[in-house]
Design a protein around this ligand. Structure first.
Ligand code: PLP
Length: 438
């Protein structure tokens, strides 16, 4: 057997136990990780030995995020075509920093970016890039915003830094994702000096509470609140544009909503590894003004050909990186436009079903189930937590919890291509079985 045979055997065995194994590993399986070699061996181990450790000790301790019954955070699985492409791409080990390093990888990535922009109704002339996730996509887009807002005031932030830069306001919704604040911190824009626009009961920025701006600002909208799934109103874009502001949309998963309508914004961040169901790590950023993105990300070196196309490493923070766009290209090709829409709609339908069946059992649904997220609560936080722990301990499915409007809630996120009607019924049966006795 060569290494590919070993790999195929281990992969098949793993896939075969998906329907029957606990979604979250047992405490024993996690404890067994301590039996792995503790110190770096003096001499290397044979490949078969390493694969055996992975298959026998590590695999049982993995979380079955690909099983169709994992509803934690916002977590996609891996579409079969994306997974296969990912593995073949690993064999190829292409570096997607520059076209000359891998003409094939950069070509597939540029095609995939075009398809995504088209599907999401983003301007075809916007410049896109693959990054590691939506956190980096937010960072990259806001770096482009910083470039443009300061260039308009005659300040070259990439050369001079922020020390003598004229300040500009940054507006975010009260319920903005934590990664937005991290990106602002990394960009020197400050996580605490932002203006937080009050939000409504679903976590949407309230247009009536949007301040009137006397100078261009960076305005960060959210498509898909991590708890409720709600989308900020696109009507905020023309409001913000009255002051020539830059509008960025954090749409890690919500940008894939059939109701997303943000073409008028300036930049967009989204994830491939959430709702598009490609393997980690995959985030995508688009910027309307190519010059703003390349201005923020550009680097020159004697071995780069000036004046050629804007290379991947001149559109994103990373230089060397895996050709993650190959997975995305394969995922899109395997779904087609209709298949992609159907996958999204199926997840939303499952979410609505979770909500309506739980409501029949007197569970309170705290959000309007408008996308793929469901917040379910019992009368007291204590009861909700006990319910959560019982469901997690059984292992039929896995979901996490959150605090919404001051109340503890189970948080169900349906984001996987693999979730079937049967997975939903099995998970609902577990949820209902563990409701407190009346
Ligand atoms: C998940 C998420 C992010 C962060 O994405 P990563 O891929 O984990 O970096 C940002 N914003 C929103 C709204 C998200 O749901």
């Amino acid at each position: 057997m060569d290494s590919f045979d070993h790999l195929a055997t281990a992969a098949r065995a793993y896939q075969a136990q998906l329907p029957s194994r606990r979604v979250f590993p047992s405490p024993e399986a996690i404890a067994a990780l301590s039996t792995l070699p503790a110190s770096l061996p003096e001499t290397g181990l044979p490949l078969e030995h390493i694969l055996a450790l992975l298959a026998n000790t590590v695999a049982p301790a993995t979380v079955l995020t690909t099983s169709g019954r994992y509803f934690g955070f916002v977590t996609g699985g891996s579409l079969p075509a994306a997974l296969a492409a990912n593995q073949l791409a690993a064999v190829w080990d292409q570096n997607a920093a520059l076209r000359i390093m891998s003409p094939a990888a950069v070509e597939l990535e540029s095609v995939a970016l075009r398809w995504i922009a088209d599907f999401l109704h983003l301007p075809p002339t916007s410049l896109g890039a693959f990054v590691s996730g939506a956190t980096m996509a937010n960072f990259t887009a806001m770096a482009a915003a910083r470039h443009a807002l300061l260039a308009a005031q005659g300040h070259d932030v990439e050369s001079l830094g922020l020390f003598a830069a004229p300040p500009f306001p940054v507006l975010v919704g009260e319920q903005a994702h934590v990664s937005v604040f991290k990106a602002l911190a990394m960009l020197g824009l400050g996580r605490d000096r932002v203006i937080r626009v009050p939000s409504d009961s679903q976590g949407r920025m309230r247009p009536d509470a949007f301040p009137s701006l006397s100078q261009p600002a960076l305005v960060c909208l959210q498509a898909g609140n991590v708890n409720t799934g709600a989308l900020d109103s696109p009507e905020l874009i023309p409001l913000a544009k009255q002051s020539n502001s830059w509008v960025h949309v954090d749409g890690a998963f919500g940008l894939w909503s059939p109701n997303a309508n943000y073409a008028a914004a300036d930049s967009w961040a989204t994830d491939g590894h959430k709702w598009l169901n490609v393997p980690y790590d995959s985030g995508i950023v688009f910027v309307r003004d190519p010059q703003a993105l390349s201005g923020a990300m550009t680097l020159t070196a004697s071995y780069l050909d000036p004046g050629a196309e804007i290379e991947p490493m001149q559109r994103a923070p990373e230089s060397s990186r895996r050709a993650r766009g190959i997975d995305t290209w394969a995922a899109l090709l395997s779904l087609g436009r209709t298949g992609l829409s159907e996958m999204i709609e199926r997840c939303c339908r499952h979410a609505r079903h979770f909500a309506s069946v739980l409501a029949l059992h007197n569970v309170e649904i705290l959000n309007e189930v408008s996308l793929n997220q469901v917040l379910a609560a019992l009368p007291s936080d204590q009861q909700t937590l006990a319910w959560l722990q019982a469901v997690q301990a059984e292992g039929e499915c896995w979901l996490g919890s959150t605090i919404w409007s001051g109340r503890r809630a189970l948080r169900i996120s349906v984001s996987s291509w693999a979730t079937t009607d049967q997975d939903v019924e099995r998970s609902l049966a577990s949820l209902i079985r563990h409701l407190p006795a009346k």
